[in-house]
Design a protein around this ligand. Structure first.
Ligand code: GLU
Length: 306
């Protein structure tokens, strides 16, 4: 297994899937800046725990990481707050859409988990209480990738201009006492974190601490404790891919976190971190081709947590 030729495997996946570009999936249209992205792109990249890299297709093209940022903001919040992070945020799959208001009302403003929008907004609130959350998040990502990471200002503006449901979720939580800071400040952090642009290669590197018991992918220093990293992986498996988490576990069997920009990051504990990207989404909001790429990767390598 250790001698697996990952470069050949990723090249094969790229060759097999590229002809499917444009035949399925739809680019997210509810954020205008995302609707303009060409759907005819596919990238895949991985980085092993030993530092070996492999990549294919549009793996160096930056894209909007969107909800994949929720994994990194959660990491920052756990680092800052430890167990207290969970005081007003749950850990159960939601079983309802990522921007649902209904569940939040019946559960009195406590979001089900940190990966639905309400949960990520509550995490952003905790980060605002700790300092300059935007700066901290970019600094963490820059350290994890070993190069500077930026926010796409146009996407951030587009998020803010059209983020009516997110504004409703935040106001709702503020009304229930789930947020400590003012709504506008918290949403500014949330909209900007969604607008961070990274490539598959950068995301695969940045997520490296999740397959290495919490240790920094380049320096080996602790980013999270081993127990905390295990918990982030558990949440990714159960809540990381919207309402398709069960199907992802069934077909792929890896902790994954997706975003409506078309990226999906996956973790093979103790082996590697992997990122796929293709902007066309399926009906569950996950990358249509990205999901097929992960299925192929698991089929070809036999790597899965199960
Ligand atoms: N900015 C998006 C929103 O909150 C993120 C959605 C996503 O990637 O799931 O609507």
């Amino acid at each position: 297994m250790s001698g697996m030729d990952f470069q050949t495997i990723l090249d094969e996946i790229n060759t097999e899937l590229r002809p499917l570009l444009g035949t399925g999936g739809k680019v997210a249209s509810y954020i205008p800046a995302l609707a303009r992205v060409s759907p005819l792109q596919f990238g895949i990249a991985l980085r092993t725990c030993a530092g070996q890299t492999a990549q294919a297709g549009d793996s160096a093209t930056p894209f909007s990481i969107q909800s994949m940022s929720k994994m990194f903001s959660l990491t920052l919040a756990i680092r800052a707050l430890g167990e207290a992070m969970w005081d007003r945020i749950g850990r159960e799959p939601s079983g309802s859409p990522f921007n649902s208001l209904v569940q939040l009302e019946s559960e009195r403003g406590i979001p089900r988990n940190p990966f639905i929008n309400a949960g990520a907004i509550a995490v952003a609130d905790r980060l605002v209480s700790q300092g300059d959350a935007k700066v901290e998040l970019l600094a963490l990502l820059g350290r994890l990738c070993g190069e500077p990471i930026h926010i796409d200002a146009e996407v951030a503006r587009s998020e803010a201009d059209t983020g009516f449901r997110n504004t409703a979720l935040a106001n709702f939580m503020k009304g229930f006492g789930t947020l400590d800071n003012d709504v506008a400040t918290v949403l500014d952090v949330y909209f900007n974190q969604c607008a961070i642009a990274m490539s598959c290669e950068q995301v695969a590197c940045a997520a490296g601490y999740l397959c290495r018991d919490g240790r920094h992918p380049l320096a080996g220093t602790p980013v999270l404790s081993a127990a905390q990293a295990r918990r982030v992986n558990a949440l990714m498996l159960t809540c990381g891919t919207y309402d398709a988490a069960g199907e992802f576990a069934f077909r792929i069997g890896l902790p994954c976190k997706s975003g409506v920009g078309g990226g999906i990051v996956a973790v093979v504990p103790d082996r590697l971190s992997l990122c796929v990207w293709s902007p066309g989404l399926d009906g569950t909001g996950n990358s249509w081709l990205g999901r097929q790429a992960l299925e192929l990767f698991v089929a070809k390598t036999g790597l899965s947590v199960f």
